[in-house]
Write a protein that binds this ligand. Structure first.
Ligand code: ADP
Ligand code: ZN
Length: 291
């Protein structure tokens, strides 16, 4: 089966052709420019390819509610030109095939649950810690939606006493994203995270915030696996510290060996699909409308 996938990111678009095994057969990427220019590149890639279905995992916020008049829109983004842009309308007009539309992180969660680190599990959480922090969740085999879609990167956090940084989120200051996304690390320490040495105190503080968030997500969603991706998680030394802080914040309340013992290293993990999680996730979204 020939499937199309779009990972619509705020900085770049990745388009690909793949199959139901999650294999990417052809792939291209280009910077996210004004919608019309960007869609022109999308059409150039897919025209004549005769894909049977298309999955779109998008930066947000988006409207993924099929019954809503603004279904398929990227909604309140500050990104120039993209505010209230009907991306699925533009695609539907061009290609008369089944399509799925969701957040990039919901796509990645479905991708990891179908082909990656959470393969075979009906419950998983995927989190990206990059320019922003976003989470997608599979619960009972289905992606979580609701009023809108989860925006779990914006939960409020307890700020550690020694951290004097006021937080980067324009809405909440010291929410998880405001304290721990890439731009917050850079603003707090004055250099990009990728330039901080592996043993810099920045990483212990980062793990403290990620561990705190993990505990909250475990208590709320009870995921069977948590997958942490995004640029900041290239700092692999964070994992053992995150495991430790997650256990400290849970404080023994959840009596499951996945979190109480060192099995936690197989419970909170790096994405198996690596930096392909977004694209393969969009393929999984495409699969979900043809099955
Ligand atoms: P995006 O979130 O825009 O899709 P990424 O997931 O690559 O993209 O995240 C980019 C953010 O991650 C930037 O803030 C960048 O400084 C940070 N980042 C990228 N690589 C690293 C690294 N090796 N260590 C720490 N931070 C990194
Ligand atoms: Zn926020």
């Amino acid at each position: 089966m020939k499937l199309g996938a779009i990972e619509a990111g705020g900085t770049k678009f990745v388009v690909c052709i793949g199959n139901e095994k999650g294999e990417v057969l052809e792939r291209e990427s280009f910077p996210t420019e004004a919608p019309e220019k960007t869609m022109e590149n999308v059409f150039k890639f897919f025209d004549g390819k005769e894909i049977e279905a298309l999955g779109v995992g998008s930066f947000g916020p988006i409207d993924p509610d099929l019954t809503s008049p603004t279904y398929g829109y990227i909604t309140t983004t500050p990104k120039p030109g993209w505010n209230n842009y009907n991306i699925m309308g533009a695609l539907k007009e061009r290609y008369d095939i089944p399509m799925a539309f969701d957040t990039d992180v919901n796509g990645a969660a479905l991708g990891e649950a179908t082909f990656g680190a959470a393969k075979g599990l009906d419950s998983a959480l995927y989190l990206t810690i990059g320019t922003g922090i976003g989470g997608g969740a599979v619960v009972g085999g289905k992606l979580v939606h609701g009023l809108l879609h989860p925006e779990m990167g914006h939960m409020k956090m307890i700020v550690r006493e020694d951290d004097k940084y006021s937080g980067k989120c324009p809405y909440h200051g010291t929410c998880f994203e405001g304290l721990a996304a890439g731009p917050a690390i850079e603003a707090r320490w004055g250099v990009k995270g990728s330039e901080l040495p592996e043993d810099h105190p920045a990483w212990d503080l980062e793990a403290y915030y990620i561990g705190q968030a993990m505990a909250n997500y475990i208590l709320t969603l009870s995921p069977k696996k948590i997958i942490l991706g995004g640029g900041v998680m290239h700092q692999k030394q964070l994992f053992p510290m995150i495991h430790k802080y997650t256990q400290e914040f849970l404080n023994g309340y959840i009596q499951k060996e996945e979190v109480t013992t060192d099995k936690i290293k197989d419970y909170i993990v790096y994405p198996e699909l690596g930096d392909n999680a977004g694209a393969v996730g969009a393929l999984a979204l495409a699969m979900s409308v043809v099955k």
